[in-house]
Design a protein around this ligand. Structure first.
Ligand SMILES: O=C(O)CCC(=O)C(=O)O
Ligand SMILES: [Fe+2]
Length: 325
């Protein structure tokens, strides 16, 4: 199967990739992971070790949050540190390499990032600041933090497996995730009409390393193959959809595919989803490992500091940041 040639997204049992499994038990799963990240860039993770109650609890609280009156949500409107509530019609993906996007996404969301202690020396640096929690739902904070912790364990397991899939030492990426940049986005998509150029989430690729998505039972996520067909990525209970982001594609010298996807919620129901973006430390320099290059071959991209790259993308795509940049 060549790059982009797919008509469905496979389910991978990743229990052999969880911490502690022996190398010889991992080889088959790693090979399958390599194949699917090269050709599709998307895969469902089954038997991933994240307790289902954590995601279910967060989902219930996300529904409660989005049910709050607009004034309550707007009290925690997104801050300069990229944490808080994003109302409808405030993000337009102008950096999309995939489509000319002009209509804002039909979604609202609460953005949570890695939590910083008040006395953390990084406080005040770009994207390092306080999370904002709704006073009306005090349980949300702990539920989100518990979920992010469990998902970070899975993210780290996947970073090890991804290194193996690239024939790098298993620990290759770990120093780059010393202080990982984490985003948990609690998204709400109202039902929408079919209309030219109107999307819950317009066609885009993700910025970061990997995305681990939990979605409810409604469906609407679609992934583009090489022929230009949009392949559904329907909900499968107790799995996450994992996909390769642009910075992993770049790190891998484009061996792994950061594949365009979109959300269209034509179901007639409200849709909720919880993508978790597991990204490297802000200070990490993303540079193609020499081991991925043939003798004399040049890397396809110059090295970039992840934090600089990320700020550039965010400044272009989010209304609230445009004035500042
Ligand atoms: O809600 C979804 O299913 C996908 C969301 C997404 O693609 C994103 O937030 O990057
Ligand atoms: Fe995405």
């Amino acid at each position: 199967m060549g790059r982009g040639e797919f008509s469905n997204i496979p389910v991978l049992d990743v229990s052999p990739l969880r911490g502690g499994a022996r190398l010889e038990d991992r080889a088959g799963t790693v090979a399958e992971l390599r194949r699917t990240l090269e050709t599709i860039g998307f895969v469902y993770l089954a038997d991933h070790g994240v307790p289902p109650e954590l995601g279910e609890r967060l989902h219930r609280l996300s529904v409660q949050f989005h049910d709050l009156p607009a004034e309550a949500k707007l009290r925690i409107r997104m801050n300069e540190a990229h944490r808080g509530y994003m109302p409808f019609s405030t993000s337009t993906i102008v950096t999309s390499s995939v489509a000319t996007v002009t209509k804002p996404n039909q979604s609202e969301s609460l953005m949570v990032m890695h939590d910083l202690a008040e006395d953390d020396p990084a406080q005040g640096e770009p994207l390092q600041g306080p999370n904002q929690w709704p006073a009306e739902i005090p349980e949300l904070r702990q539920a989100a933090l518990d979920y992010m912790r469990a998902m970070s364990t899975l993210g780290r397991d996947m970073a090890v497996a991804i290194a193996e899939a690239l024939d790098l030492p298993p620990t290759y990426f770990l120093p780059h995730f010393d202080r990982p940049t984490l985003f948990l986005r609690l998204l709400h998509y109202p039902e929408q009409q079919r209309e030219e150029g109107l999307f819950g989430s317009a066609p885009h690729t993700d910025y970061g390393f990997i995305t681990l998505l939990a979605q409810d039972s409604v469906g609407g996520l679609e992934v583009r193959n090489r022929a230009g067909d949009w392949i559904p990525a329907p909900p499968i209970p107790n799995t996450f959809v994992m996909n390769v982001g642009d910075i992993l594609a770049r790190w891998s010298n484009d061996r792994f595919a950061s594949t365009p996807h979109r959300v269209l919620n034509l179901s007639g129901r409200e849709r909720y989803s919880q993508p978790f973006f597991y990204d490297p430390s802000m200070d990490t320099v993303v540079d193609c490992p020499a081991a991925l290059l043939a003798p004399g071959e040049a890397p396809r991209h110059p090295p970039v500091r992840y934090g600089d790259y990320l700020l550039d993308r965010l400044n272009k795509n989010y209304e609230y940041r445009k004035k500042a940049s």
